[in-house]
Design a protein. Structure first.
Length: 330
């Protein structure tokens, strides 16, 4: 916002420009209050529609006060539409927005304390600006001369609903002495405290607020979309890679299958050779031992099988460890 700050006598920081809007019902006597707050140099007063704009320089800083038109104190339905429009427009007269909104509630006598209907009417008129209005609102109890402390407390109690909405921020102002430096100083201390709690923020008109929200959401949506696109680009599947992996897997499967088939074939071949050579050895042994009769033939048969199996095993060992390895390396 680029607002400059000054230093108050107590050492707290305060803005070099202060913007305030006064609200209240038609009998709140806001005009007198506005002029009292603006005691200072170069006081100007300008009518703008149903609103009044005051400006002055006080203690080295520029003060801008907008007096919004008063509303019907019993019902929002009985307030003319043009008055409602001016109430919502009042915050635009101190652009970019007021630092504080002062809701003025008159304190006259114990018999004239605000009714529940009056408090509800004040609440609804203030919320024409939006629910956010309470974040920047201070309730100002403007007391007539001679009002007793009991009456003031009763008025504060009657306005409890509104005070809860604005965080209990309030100030009691004696109108008969409202031009005294002490009274004005107390009001500005309350306003400066509100501004400090808000970190220098100010109330923004609802139309501008909705525009800012829309732009923020669009920017946030664009950021999320960009991140999503980046994620999609990063996570794009490599179809060539999967294709290669699939082919490799296929080749490995086929190789394993061939290896399994080869092992099975090798095992079957070994068994066949053993049986064949064993039978051949048995035949030769039987023929050779036939000269010695049946016993010689039987011994020759056994010896022939034994020799045939040994020859078969030796032959398969030579084939497996020498011939097959040479074939594989080729």
């Amino acid at each position: 916002m680029g607002t400059k700050f000054l230093t108050s006598p107590k050492g707290s920081s305060m803005q070099s420009v202060l913007r305030v809007v006064l609200f209240g019902n038609a009998g709140a006597d806001k005009n007198k209050l506005a002029k009292s707050v603006l005691i200072g140099e170069n006081l100007t007063c300008e009518k703008n529609g149903l609103c009044t704009l005051y400006k002055s320089v006080q203690a080295g800083r520029r003060i801008c006060v907008v007096e919004a038109p008063g509303w019907h104190k019993h019902s929002i339905q009985q307030t003319p539409e043009n008055v409602k429009e001016e109430i919502t427009r009042s915050v635009l007269l101190c652009a970019p927005g007021p630092h504080a909104l002062l809701l003025v509630i008159p304190v006259k006598s114990l018999s004239e304390e605000p009714s529940e209907g009056e408090i509800n009417a004040a609440e609804m008129h203030m919320e024409l600006l939006s629910e956010r209005v309470w974040k920047h609102t201070i309730v100002l109890f403007a007391c007539d001369e001679g009002v007793e402390e009991t009456t003031i407390r009763q008025h504060i109690h009657s306005a409890e609903k509104i005070l809860e909405k604005c965080g209990g921020r309030s100030h009691v102002l004696q109108m008969n002495a409202c031009e005294s430096p002490a009274q004005i100083s107390e009001i500005f201390q309350k306003i400066d405290s509100l501004v400090e709690d808000s970190c220098g923020d100010f109330f923004i008109h609802q139309a501008y607020y909705e525009l800012i929200q829309k732009k923020t959401q669009e920017a946030s949506g664009a950021t999320r979309l960009s991140q999503r696109r980046g994620s999609l680009l990063t996570d794009t599947p490599n179809f060539n890679k999967h294709k290669g992996d699939s082919e490799d897997k296929k080749e490995s499967t086929e190789a394993a299958k061939h290896s399994e088939d080869g092992s099975k074939f090798s095992m079957d071949s070994t068994q066949f050779v053993l049986i064949l050579l064993g039978a051949f050895g048995a035949l030769l042994g039987s023929v050779a031992g036939a000269e010695n009769g049946v016993r010689g033939s039987f011994m020759g048969l056994v010896f022939g099988i034994f020799v045939g199996v040994l020859v078969a095993l030796f032959t398969m060992y030579i084939y497996t460890n020498f011939y097959s390895k040479q074939t594989t390396h080729k």
